[in-house]
Design a protein. Structure first.
Length: 125
């Protein structure tokens, strides 16, 4: 089994196997296929959207650079830009309560630096 890959009991009953990997940007991800055919089978019940932004008290040089460039292009009405990160996580095999707890932990421990960044997340069905 590949670390971080969870396959629900329902998916296991469909006899899914990992027989190849797909390139996603610079990462390789497993391509889940059924034994009966080569059709890709990604069935995620829930997704999570996670927004990570620098805290207001932290200087954001990337945001300042973007704001300066926009001002130079004639968008002087834009006075402040904060640049952050956006993650989409596919959740499978967790209940909504479990997903809430795990997302809180993942967001705090993995996706953000709590000293300089803040986060919020939303679970989408």
């Amino acid at each position: 089994m590949i670390p971080g890959l969870t396959v629900s009991d329902k998916m296991r009953r469909r006899y899914l196997v990992i027989n190849k990997f797909q390139r996603f940007g610079r990462f390789l991800i497993p391509a889940l296929t059924t034994v009966r055919g080569s059709q890709l089978c990604y069935t995620f019940r829930m997704k999570a959207h996670v927004w990570v932004m620098p805290k207001r008290t932290v200087l954001d040089p990337q945001g300042q650079t973007i704001q300066h460039a926009l001002s130079g292009l004639g968008y002087a009405a834009i006075t402040d830009v904060r640049q952050g990160k956006f993650f989409v996580l596919n959740l499978d095999g967790w209940s909504r309560d479990e997903a809430q707890k795990q997302l809180e932990r993942i967001s705090k421990d993995v996706l953000t630096n709590p000293v300089i960044e803040e986060y919020r997340f939303e679970i989408v069905d």
